[in-house]
Design a protein around this ligand. Sequence first.
Ligand SMILES: Cc1ncc(COP(=O)(O)O)c(C=O)c1O
Length: 443
Amino acid sequence: MTVFGSGSENWKEPSSPRNNGIMHTRREFLAGAIPIIAFKNDTLRLVESLIAKTGEVSAEDEQFWMQIQEAFTLDRTMINFNNGGVCPSPRVVQDALIRYLQYQNQAPSFFMWRNLEPEIESVRKRLARAFGCDGEEIAITRNASEALEICLNGFDLKPGDEILTTNQDYPRMITTIKQRELREGVKMVQVNPPPTPKTQQELLRAIENGITEKTKLILICQVIFMTGQIYPVRDICRMAAKRNIPVIVDGAHAFAQFPFLQSDLECEFYGTSLHKWLMAPIGTGMLFVKNSRIETLWPLMAANKEQAKDIRKFEEIGTHPAANHNAIAEALTFHELIGPQRKAERLRYLRSRWTTKLINEPKVHFTTNLSPEHSCGITTVNISGIKSADLAAWLWDKHRIFVTTIAHDQFEGIRVTPNVYTTLDEIDRFSAAMLTAAKQGIA
Ligand SMILES: Cc1ncc(COP(=O)(O)O)c(C=O)c1O
């Protein structure tokens, strides 16, 4: 078992191109550091021992989840049900981040470039293990937008070439395609898949129907941010591969929400946030590019010709904090401790606790298909007769429950995204408030 809070895996004796090969002993290294190593996180020790004692911990084992709840530094005067936007990091991740920030600020060109930056390689390997790919296929970015814009801008296209996507994809990715339209005369084609499909085949068909002989690139989401709908990524990638059309997968909401590997998706280009469901430091993301495709994709910021086949060419962004990407390691450890499967089951358990109380209310409508193959921790719901913006404002003003609203031509709703730190009491307060709104209105 990993020892939490020690950050020890990151404190190897560094040797990198940037330190001119000078090696430091661990003692020398620590002597130069401020007192940062004494940190211990008792909560996580307890969680580890709970798992060790009980073996299997279930989605409903409140003794276990209470420890997870305590691992965060939240404002419990509010109920944060907008984890879809960005998630808080647990204390261990915050502590690692602060530790690295303080360490690097002693003399960044020495401590950061020489000692901290090389550790990006160990983070790369661990992300690759979590995604089930080769370390040489993972670039660490600052968010999903950066990873996906690398892909969307990285293909050479001619005027008239079509980029196919949906009208439920993320606005910034749509804006990226629109900029290519303005600049180069490529054309965006947006299909309109059903927001609440009964089968995933409906989604595959919707994408397939948008393909023409001019389609040169496809952008799809693994999870739709508006509804939490999970897409049949592998089927779409296989269908497109037969036609020789590359597919960029927007996994901003998928990675670490529920378990899967790259081999389950058979994707070649995948971008995700790490500050959402992995709960890594804010300002972290990941790009996967299949080995054989790295050379074919331009980086967003220029890299040397010699780097053409090197995944690191996508990280040539100039000076940046090493603290952020190194603290991803703590987030991975926290995530692995909970267990990806257990986490997904907990998210579904929390969801069913409130949805079952509302499902028979005639005025309550779910845009999200609630069955597990279609969704996990994200649910979009509305109450007929109440505008979702008004419902969200009422939930906040009267109940201090924070949700975001979703507006689309065909549907609208509030998007509800609890997280592993959410308590059952918070879920119950939300369902009680929603029942009041559905039965009595919010006037
Ligand atoms: C589907 C989707 N793609 C991309 C993004 C952009 O993510 P980031 O803010 O990490 O760049 C988001 C953010 O919410 C999203 O929901």
